[in-house]
Write a protein that binds this ligand. Structure first.
Ligand code: ZN
Length: 167
């Protein structure tokens, strides 16, 4: 069913334990369960550049999910609860690309009251500079924290977010 994952009765949006809003389980979510689709407008890299200028933001903060180098989902204007799922370097969910649609799925059993996270893994070509790390910081506080939501590009992984090349 096409609209099955637009809203989930298993989650709700509350204040995050890290920052801003976050998504929390209100029911037990089993490992492997598909929770919600990342809904938004599908825009091109050109539209993305027109809407968001990284240079003018001191911290990167948008509701963008880049599927590939042609299509980005922008949940800033039209979106659902999926856009509030925060990043963690040690997440309990993952974002799965299924024919160009993005679904948040549990990779562990999640108890009610637990905040949901996936690894944004913003793709970045090496080298990872301090300037980039400062612009895309991570404060997830887990043992595996990389200090940034960026991840150096690996060709083997098909789905991930991308970061615009900075000039
Ligand atoms: Zn982290």
């Amino acid at each position: 069913m096409y609209f099955k994952y637009i809203k989930s009765e298993s989650i709700e949006v509350r204040d995050s334990v890290i920052q801003g809003k976050g998504v929390f389980a209100v029911k037990k979510i089993r490992k492997g369960q598909r929770i919600i689709e990342y809904i938004g407008e599908r825009i091109s890299p050109e539209e993305e550049t027109d809407r968001y200028d990284d240079e003018s933001m001191d911290r990167h903060h948008t509701f963008l999910f880049a599927i590939d180098d042609k299509v980005t989902i922008d949940a800033g204007r039209i979106g659902n609860d999926a856009k509030y799922v925060n990043h963690s370097c040690e997440p309990n969910c993952e974002a799965v690309d299924e024919e160009g649609r993005i679904f948040v799925e549990a990779i562990k059993t999640i108890q009610p009251g637990t905040e949901l996270f996936y690894d944004y893994a913003f793709e970045q070509e090496p080298p990872l500079t301090q300037e980039l790390i400062d612009m895309y910081p991570c404060r997830c506080g887990t043992k595996k924290c990389r200090g940034t939501i960026l991840k150096v590009a690996e060709q083997s992984k098909p789905q991930k977010q991308t970061v615009k090349k900075r000039k």
